[in-house]
Write a protein that binds this ligand. Structure first.
Ligand SMILES: [Zn+2]
Length: 427
């Protein structure tokens, strides 16, 4: 563990500039960036940093001419501004061992998980959440949005845990917390009051799940009104089926306009849209793009729980990613769940999800690989309302370094050799 500040991170490949760069760091900020090939002899540590032997990163750190900082040889690594986890459930991670059998469909997954909730304690939720966050951090995630369950059984237990973890991880990852009424709002009396309290305590976004309440429109009205009044974004679980008639996205587009929340609404799943005939789906996609609605495909869960009613020619049950991208929608992706009734697998590595989406959404070109990287970096950050995380002078020296020669290698190989830099320090 090297906590000395680096004066320069040398020779990393920047996939957004499409060249190798040297990043000069001063006082935790990026001072300047130069193409690696254009360094001059006066640029400190240049010669030593050109080694291809990245194994020498710790041992090979060199004193610069200035003598007050060091060179991190990042040749052979891709540098990104930190990966983004757009959608994850920390409070119900790692529950598989408490289940007697796998869930047969979405309804069972919700019911089986709800049955476990009375057994949650603050220590239990925090321990499982921290385990998930430690994984995310190790994979290079620096910005993460968690869906925090709010209901009359748990009350604000999950939120209290998540707020404490948000503070605990502040130097390593930025956490955003969504107040998420998993069990519904109006079919669970008391939830509306708890959601208002969650916002008062510091939730960063208002969540919703219209398909799990007594009336979808009533649910959406409450969520949008609450968000607009609090000045917060909306982040919904939406249209999670392969039934083209179970479709609330048009209601969401209308409310996004009505409440003036253009650009501040995200929807996860949106798999029903994949069963809608393409002409109509495309028109919906175009209207989503106009309203600035962001989409989080959650393929690990979507592929696992959808298509369960099909005996053959089984539908994939994921959002129509290509169609939405072509319509101009900001599509990203997320892990959603780790080892529970909804998704009995998953590592928490955004690049695992990127590869899964590449394989299931026909994204096999070099251009697609660039797009997939954007979907877990800058495009994902924009969806979370964090607009400028580019590597640029004046910005904090926070990056992920991932051992790969190209973006395709990064997505297809998902190298485990990664480093996190925060404020110029290798953490
Ligand atoms: Zn979710």
């Amino acid at each position: 563990m090297d906590r000395e500040p680096c004066g320069m991170i040398a020779g990393a490949y920047d996939p957004f500039r499409r060249e190798k760069i040297d990043i000069y760091v001063r006082d935790g900020l990026i001072e300047r960036i130069v193409p690696a090939a254009k360094r001059t002899d006066s640029d400190a540590g240049a010669d030593e940093a050109d080694s291809d032997d990245a194994d020498s990163i710790d041992a090979g750190s060199n004193e610069t001419a200035a003598g007050n900082s060091r060179v991190l040889d990042a040749n052979g690594y891709v540098v990104t501004p930190g990966l983004v986890e757009t959608h994850i459930h920390l409070d119900k991670a790692f529950l598989s061992e408490r289940l007697e059998r796998p869930a047969a469909n979405l309804g069972e997954a919700i019911a089986m998980t709800a049955a476990l909730k009375p057994g949650y304690t603050a220590e239990d939720v925090t321990a499982r959440s921290r385990r998930a966050l430690d994984r995310s951090f190790a994979f290079g995630v620096s910005l993460l949005r968690a869906q925090v369950e709010i209901d009359p059984v748990l009350g604000l237990l999950s939120l209290a845990s998540a707020l404490a973890l948000k503070a605990e991880f502040a130097g390593r990852m930025t956490l955003q917390l969504v107040a998420f009424p998993q069990e519904g709002i109006f079919n669970q009396p008391g939830t509306a009051r708890l959601l208002r309290e969650a916002i008062r305590l510091g939730a960063d976004a208002v969540g919703g799940i219209p398909y799990n309440d007594r009336d979808s429109g009533e649910h959406l009205d409450f969520v949008f009104r609450l968000a607009a009044d609090a000045g917060l974004p909306v982040d919904l679980h939406l249209d999670f089926s392969d039934d083209p008639t179970q479709l609330a996205i048009e209601d969401v587009i209308a409310r996004t306009r009505e409440y003036g929340l253009e650009g501040r609404v995200c929807v996860g799943h949106l798999t029903s849209l994949g069963s809608v005939p393409p002409d109509r789906a495309r028109r919906i996609g175009e209207r989503m793009a106009e309203a600035g609605i962001h989409v989080f495909a959650l393929p690990a869960t979507d592929l696992y729980l959808n298509g369960r009613g099909d005996t053959h020619a089984v539908r994939r049950g994921i959002a129509p990613v290509g169609l939405l991208l072509d319509a101009g929608v900001n599509v990203c992706f997320g892990t959603n769940n780790l080892r529970n009734a909804f998704t009995p697998f998953g590592t928490g590595d955004p690049l695992d999800v990127a590869l899964l989406l590449a394989q299931t959404s026909y994204m096999g070109t070099e251009t697609d690989a660039d797009r997939l990287l954007g979907m877990c970096t800058d495009r994902a950050a924009a969806a979370l309302g964090v607009d400028d995380r580019r590597i640029r002078p004046g910005a904090p020296a926070d990056f992920a370094l991932i051992r790969a020669e190209s973006v395709q290698d990064l997505i297809y190989d998902r190298p485990r050799d990664r480093m996190a830099i925060r404020g110029g320090r290798l953490v």
